[in-house]
Design a protein around this ligand. Structure first.
Ligand code: GDP
Ligand code: MG
Length: 163
């Protein structure tokens, strides 16, 4: 039986880049149904021999009138309800933002397990952000570069128990 992974986090941290890397050249379904589901993309993902369903929470920037936080929260609630595990991405080059902190505080109470992923960790520029991300209280971060494909073996290791 396959499991479902939700990719969550504030805009611009690299969620869609990771989604595309995980799904690869396989067809990524884009749901055109009006309403909240339109903001999500789902696909069949794999890292080496590990296969799972992945949900990209996207479109947080548009359509709803309320705050960014409110939109993130609603999108994430929908994704978490379906997921066995969530990857919370932060941008290690930018460092932890107040929105990341706020979001992490809320995620710590989630019943769905959350794995912290520090993205944009290629090179040395992500090092301070990676260290800083420990303070979110979501455990040890996985250092990743979705764009360059670094850290995928570590991602494999943390997702394997959910298979
Ligand atoms: P989303 O809004 O969370 O879905 O983020 P996107 O996947 O659209 O990426 C936002 C920006 O970050 C884009 O310009 C990406 O090219 C860039 N990006 C994504 N992953 C990486 C990475 O691993 N390293 C660097 N340096 N940039 C990245
Ligand atoms: Mg996106």
């Amino acid at each position: 039986m396959s499991f479902t992974v939700a990719i969550i986090g504030r805009p611009n941290v690299g969620k869609s880049t990771l989604f595309n890397r995980l799904v690869g050249k396989k067809l990524a379904l884009v749901d055109d149904t009006p309403g909240v589901t339109r903001d999500r993309r789902e696909g069949e993902a794999s890292i080496s021999s590990l296969n799972f369903r992945v949900i990209d929470t996207a479109g947080l920037e548009e359509r709803f009138d309320d705050s960014l936080e409110g939109r993130m929260r609603r999108q994430t609630e929908i994704a978490l309800a379906e997921a066995d595990v969530a990857l919370m991405l932060i941008d290690a080059r930018t460092g932890i933002t107040p929105l990341d902190k706020h979001f992490a505080g809320w995620l710590r109470k989630s019943e769905t397990p959350v794995i912290l992923v520090a993205n944009k960790c290629e090179g040395k520029a992500g090092m301070p952000g990676l260290m800083e991300s420990f303070s979110l209280g979501l455990g040890e971060p996985v250092a990743l570069s979705a764009e360059h494909g670094e850290g995928m073996a570590e991602l494999f290791d943390v997702l394997l128990p959910f298979e």
